[in-house]
Write a protein that binds this ligand. Structure first.
Ligand code: ATP
Length: 267
């Protein structure tokens, strides 16, 4: 009960617009996943959607964000499991838990089961490691197949990984749709920066935002996010605790390009 409680999430809905870039992924998912979960009667037989989707690519590129957004738009319950806690806390019992998870998800359908770092749970190596991980993997395969073969069950499994090559071949095959989630483009980085600095007083103009987007080539979405958070703290960082205690919000200095340049040295 405890771990299932932990894994079932209510979160603030994530709209497509909250995800910068990744336009082709968005349209793929709308047709392949979201609409079928909302209108299962239209997507039967040869139109039956995949029940396993793999998102792969560098860390911090929005894979979790995409999974949550799919759940929001499909009006699906979202179960997210963390393999490291699954295997460490539930040695031996993990496969029972997997069985329960799929049963609870089916009872709450439409539902999405999100497995972050799916490679650590279902890797090539884990199959040889010991009896209990092998049982766990087999349990997963049974349920993935069950969901795939029964049109009535509207449970989608989304796996995310930075190391798709580590995945067990049998597992990879079950994730029929596989989508590469790349590092953000300059335009996407610009969008992330614009959205975040909009939340604070700043004096950056468009040209400077574009410059920042150029300077962050190679940053993931999560890195850009961290950069903006760090820079946005600058006006507060210059205050003593006593000053912070009394200052009015409108008296805070604006975040500047210099604050970002400083942040770029750290992040
Ligand atoms: P990991 O592989 O490390 O689990 P991930 O690919 O699942 O990472 P997320 O957890 O979705 O990445 O992203 C981390 C944070 O980075 C998000 O909460 C968001 O703030 C920001 N972010 C990443 N990519 C994007 C994006 N394309 N648009 C907007 N924000 C993004």
């Amino acid at each position: 009960d405890h771990i299932l409680g932990e894994s079932m999430h209510d979160f603030k809905p994530v709209a497509w617009e909250d995800i910068a870039g990744l336009e082709s992924a968005k349209s793929t998912f709308l047709e392949a996943i979201i609409m079928p979960l909302r209108r299962p009667d239209l997507f039967t037989g040869v139109r039956c959607p995949p029940r396993g989707v793999l998102l792969f690519g560098p860390p911090g590129t929005g894979k979790t964000l995409i999974a949550k957004s799919i759940a929001s738009q499909a009006k699906a319950k979202f179960f997210s499991i963390n393999p490291s806690s699954l295997t460490s806390k539930w040695v031996g019992d993990a496969e029972k838990l997997v069985k329960t998870l799929f049963a609870v998800a089916a009872a709450h359908q439409p539902a999405i089961i999100f497995i972050d770092e799916v490679d650590s749970l279902l890797s090539k190596r884990s199959a040889n490691e010991n009896e209990s991980t092998l049982r766990l993997k087999n349990e997963f395969l049974i349920h993935l197949d069950g969901a795939a073969s029964n049109e009535e069950i509207r449970v989608l499994v989304i796996g995310a990984t930075n190391r798709p090559q580590e995945l067990d071949e049998a597992v990879r095959r079950r994730f029929v749709r596989r989508l590469y989630v790349p590092l953000p483009t300059r335009e996407a980085r610009q969008k992330i920066i614009e959205k975040l600095i909009h939340q604070v007083k700043h004096n950056l103009d468009v040209r400077q935002v574009i410059e920042l987007a150029e300077l962050t080539d190679g940053y993931s979405g999560a890195d850009v996010d961290t950069l903006c958070r760090y820079a946005s703290m600058a006006p507060l960082r210059s205050l003593t605790p006593d000053q912070m205690e009394v200052i009015e919000t409108h008296q805070l200095p604006a975040v500047t390009m210099d604050d970002f340049k400083q942040a770029l040295r750290v992040i």
